[in-house]
Design a binder for this molecule. Structure first.
Ligand code: TYD
Length: 219
């Protein structure tokens, strides 16, 4: 018998510093004897990576943007996420649907009811009313002014990274709203701190749930 799969997503505005912590968590899970699938959205499959190129770089209207995000997500769920969970793997996914609500919904002002409908279609579980949702969403909460300073020294910005600070204020509010709607699913990490302290908070969120214990010990 393999352990139950775990679906973990990571969110935050651009510049919030998710990447190193995702890599460190992958190591921690592997050290505990778990199989880890590291993936990201938009992307994670050949088709979804093509859609990522388009949606991050080509101008388009907000509905097209939302549809492409969910089209990429559908392929990703079917090809990668659901099979990995069925095998008992730990899926660490850099962004998921909360990003669509925060960026397309709150950031761009796109109709939240349409997003909710797309979420139901794309994440609906066959034969039930349940939606596939993460077991835990780690939200790296960083003030947009701090993120802007960090991004200023980064690479060439994409269509989202080049947005003004006011856009990221709305995105951050969008994440807060998503957390209010499902507080038990979220771990909010105060990210305006040195990296080592942010990592302590992240590790604690997983240790608290008993998820980093060696698999044998839980049998
Ligand atoms: P990001 O994780 O920032 O990738 P990278 O670190 O390689 O730049 O994600 C790319 C961008 O996509 C980010 O600006 C947020 C945006 N995005 C949305 O607008 N909606 C979505 O549903 C997702 C998944 C991402």
């Amino acid at each position: 018998m393999h352990p139950a799969g775990l679906f973990i997503t990571f969110e935050g505005i651009d510049g919030a510093g998710k990447s190193t912590h995702i890599a460190a968590l992958a190591d921690a899970f592997r050290a505990a004897g778990r199989s880890v699938a590291l993936t990201r959205e938009p992307g994670g499959t050949p088709l979804a990576e093509k859609l990522r190129e388009l949606v991050l770089n080509d101008a388009m209207d907000p509905l097209s943007e939302a549809l492409l995000m969910f089209a990429a997500r559908r392929d990703h769920l079917q090809q990668v996420i659901e099979p990995a969970l069925a095998w008992g793997e730990v899926v660490l996914c850099d962004r998921f649907t909360d990003a669509t609500f925060a960026y397309q919904g709150s950031g761009r002002g796109f109709d939240l009811e349409v997003l909710r409908q797309l979420e139901r279609w794309v994440q609906g579980q066959p034969g039930t009313d349940a939606l596939r949702q993460p077991d835990l969403t780690v939200w790296f909460d960083l003030p947009p002014a701090v993120a802007a300073q960090r991004l200023a020294s980064a690479r060439v910005p994409d269509r989202f990274e080049s947005q003004p600070q006011a856009f990221f204020e709305r995105v951050a509010a969008g994440y807060a709203q998503r957390m209010e709607g499902a507080p038990e699913r979220f771990a909010r990490i105060a990210s305006d701190q040195p990296k080592a302290e942010v990592w302590q908070q992240v590790r604690q969120a997983f240790e608290q749930r008993g998820w980093l214990q060696p698999t044998e010990a839980r049998a």
